[in-house]
Design a protein around this ligand. Sequence first.
Ligand SMILES: [Zn+2]
Length: 257
Amino acid sequence: MSNVITCPSGLTGRIRGLKVKEERILADRKLAKSGGQLDALLAACWEETLDPGPYAFGDAGVDWGAVLQGDRFYALLQIRALTYGPEYAFALGCQNDSCRARFEWEFDLGELPVRRLSEESRAAFVAANRFEATLPDAGVRVWFRLFTGADERRLPQLRRSAGDRILSAMLAWRVLEVEGVPEKDKRGFLEDLSLRDADFLVDVFEQAECGVDTTIEVECPECLTIQEVELPFDQGFFLPGKTRKAKRRDRSSSSRE
Ligand SMILES: [Zn+2]
């Protein structure tokens, strides 16, 4: 496998696999809480930028906080695949209520569909990370932005503070401006939005973005139900050895029974 990767935006660089010393980053709970873990991993394993793509880093090296979410995730996937190979095995539970079997699924990370940043999106991102859409119901224009690493860091906190008003909180964070609505009334306007408009916006965000689609289909080996799951990104993703140890524990405890 080549160590040179091209992220969905065009950002191209040379990466290396994880080393033992990165275990420190992965085990650091403070870093995990602050959301800095992924930034630290990316910084450690990104060796050289060959093409900055849409970013203006200058000579300072990659500022991962300014990099689009889709690029960051793509780079992490490639670092993982370079370290352990593209096969990723994880345990999951069947979603069928009358089955609920636990089983292991193996997936080739190279099969995840990658959405490249379109020329249009690239131009809007480079200009000011400002995208335009017209709401079908409300009939007004809105301007929104794509999420970067800096947003990703704040997401857990936003989720906690938004409670059950997560949709309007997310929209308010993403939508920069609504035509004819002063900034102080933006949240109220978004709360009042029809669900059709909200749904439309979520679609528009997705179309504007680049990234990797992580919803995959699995089939339960017990009841054969086909189900869609989100590829899990827990500690086993970067440290599959821990999962292996847990499995050994499971096996030895079940053999004692
Ligand atoms: Zn099942």
